[in-house]
Design a protein around this ligand. Structure first.
Ligand SMILES: [Zn+2]
Length: 123
């Protein structure tokens, strides 16, 4: 779960059976980001100072994010490629399917391919 105003991202759930990795997720997020230089700057700041950033969340935002996290946890016993984005200003919740980058060794070893993945909504 991460919060980059105005969106809270919930998921995917990484586990040993998830084809793909956190680096793939970062690549996908940056590829779809309208201002990737800002996002990268935030990530670097948080990497250097884990105490930087939001100190708390509004109760209703936390409740919605927790509910979406529970939904993901109930979706599968292990990993899930699903993730949600919750827009805190509009209240919109969008479901995405995480598709690792084609060069990811874990993705290639999974036996899945992007043609199969394109059937769903792709992050
Ligand atoms: Zn990967």
């Amino acid at each position: 779960m991460s919060y980059m105003h105005p969106e809270i991202q919930i998921g995917p759930i990484f586990a040993s059976d998830l084809p793909g990795c956190h680096e793939c997720l970062e690549d996908r997020l940056i590829a779809g980001d309208p201002k990737p230089e800002y996002t990268k700057a935030f990530w670097e700041t948080y990497d250097q100072d884990p105490k930087a950033g939001t100190r708390g969340f509004l109760e209703h935002h936390a409740l919605i994010a927790a509910g979406l996290a529970r939904s993901l946890a109930e979706e599968a016993p292990g990993a899930t490629r699903s993730l949600y984005t919750y827009h805190v200003l509009t209240g919109e919740i969008i479901h995405h399917t995480f598709v690792p980058v084609s060069t990811c060794p874990r993705w290639r070893e999974s036996g899945l391919n992007e043609t199969t993945a394109r059937k769903g909504e792709v992050l």
